[in-house]
Write a protein that binds this ligand. Structure first.
Ligand SMILES: *Cc1c(COP(=O)(O)O)cnc(C)c1O
Length: 458
């Protein structure tokens, strides 16, 4: 426990609990992402957030305010406590925060769906509003299997993906996550067995590797009889390791899918809404998927909502089948509050020169992170859009790295062998520079800590 949190401090909020009491209760009762119970790491207690800053209940490492380098898992693209999003939420709250979506509909869901159809690639006409990214992937996969079944190909039940991916934590998404280095290796043998291509060669600008392209084509052809769909993250593989690849491989997959009547699902939950410099990452490749998953930044980081879009071919295929309905309907499907905020968030994004803002953040990240390449222990530095990644030679000492970033006044959450940032698009130039200083400090601290404990090579 950091010293600043032990046994003192004024009550936080109206519950009358001090910061140290809250943290003790948290440790005893509250499960955190990807953690054990009781928790091992010490979370930071956040009191409020505004703009690009998180305000802590008490200082940690001498800092009460942290510049947010994570956008709350890549979702808060406009920053926190934004007046336009607050107004949308408050206004909708005055009408209704939720009604069921079976047999009822409402303006926020209709407006949002029409906007999503308008801004996504040509051909995606229909929208299923889900309540999280993982669920939107489940829905996408169910759509694909059901489409194939409806067309009289019930054997087409498997999926093809490439290694290094991440598609969520529920069952079927886990089956297409990276099977080796990923978080779900424990379940190999229990999960549905999918077809894995090698991970795409690294580098957004790298020349196309014809051997790899042939590998993709061959694998789709060989398994075509049993494949319902190919699912990949376009251009940036996020939680599987923050790797970038050439958009050309997406064109290869599109062609191979068309040739063998396999559906192409693109998971843009992380890359959508401008993050990579294109409004959707498939725009870099000039292709459109049959099914598209969106989430994370959809509501500007305010509420949980995701969307699965599909073409009329997919929808009609399903609707002509033996069971002509999509049997899926989350209780909070189409939640009006989330939909209203999502529509306002998209209005904010599209109402400005978002591409210029992302390009501005990109050049700040390039300037600030390129020098990190020279530090010992650094394998690679890469930047695309508002994504900046420093890859180390081995696993990051996440505790040491995180603490060093906090000391610089920056919130980062390194994982695996990367220290990375995906800041809000509204992050000013000085704050982008500060985030880069935080990344540099985190990298240096991790390398020092692993050298000290002799774990660097493991
Ligand atoms: C985060 C993420 C998901 C899962 O979304 P949740 O809302 O966390 O369920 C799926 N795919 C990609 C690419 C993601 O980045």
């Amino acid at each position: 426990m950091p010293e600043s949190f032990t046994g003192r401090g004024d009550p936080v909020g109206e519950g009358g609990l001090t910061a140290s009491e809250l943290l003790a209760l948290d440790r005893r009762h509250v499960w955190h992402p990807y953690g054990p119970m009781p928790g091992r790491e010490e979370p930071l207690l956040v009191e409020s957030a505004a703009g690009v800053r998180l305000r802590l209940a008490e200082p940690v490492e001498g800092r009460r305010e942290l510049v947010d380098g994570m956008s709350s898992w890549w979702s808060a693209i406009h920053g926190y406590n934004h007046p336009v999003l607050n107004a949308a939420a408050t206004e909708q709250l005055g009408r209704m925060s939720h009604v069921m979506f079976g047999g009822l509909t409402h303006e926020p869901a209709v407006r949002l769906s029409r906007r999503l159809v308008d801004i996504t690639p040509e051909g995606l006409e229909h929208v299923f509003l889900a309540d999280s990214g993982s669920v939107s992937v489940e829905v996408a996969l169910k759509m694909c299997l059901q489409y194939q079944r409806s067309r009289g190909r019930p054997r087409r039940q498997r999926l093809l993906t490439w290694r290094g991916g991440y598609h969520g934590d529920t069952w079927n998404p886990m089956s297409v996550c990276d099977p080796d280095g990923g978080m779900h290796g424990l379940w190999a043998g229990v999960l549905p067995r999918q077809v894995f291509a090698d991970a795409p060669p690294s580098g957004f600008d790298a020349a196309v590797d014809p051997v790899y392209a042939a590998h993709l084509r061959e694998l789709v052809a060989r398994h075509a009889d049993e494949l319902a769909a190919v699912i990949v993250e376009p251009v940036v593989q996020g939680a599987g390791g923050m790797r970038f690849h050439s958009p050309a491989y997406l064109r290869v997959l599109r062609e191979a899918c068309d040739e063998h009547d396999v559906l192409l699902v693109l998971d843009e939950i992380a890359t959508g809404f401008g993050r990579t410099g294109a409004l959707f990452a498939c725009g870099h490749a000039g292709i459109a998927p049959d099914v598209l998953c969106l989430g994370k930044a959809l509501t500007g980081g305010y509420l949980t909502m995701a969307a699965t879009l599909c073409t009329s071919r997919v929808a009609e295929g399903i609707s002509r089948g033996e069971v002509p309905v999509l049997a899926h309907g989350p209780t909070f499907m189409g939640n009006p509050l989330a939909a209203a905020v999502a529509d306002a968030s998209l209005g904010l994004l599209l109402g400005q020169d978002w591409a210029a803002e992302v390009a501005r953040v990109e050049s700040g990240l390039r300037a600030g992170l390129e020098p990190v390449r020279a530090l010992p222990g650094v394998r690679d530095v890469r930047v695309l859009g508002a994504v900046g990644v420093v890859q180390l030679d081995g696993p990051v000492d996440t505790a040491a790295a995180g603490r060093a970033a906090v000391r610089e006044g920056v919130w980062l959450r390194p994982f695996r062998d990367t220290v990375y940032t995906m800041p809000p698009y509204v992050t000013g130039d000085e704050d982008v520079a500060r985030i880069c200083a935080g990344v540099r400090a985190a990298v240096a601290a991790s390398v020092e800590a692993t050298a000290a404990t002799g774990t660097a090579a493991r």
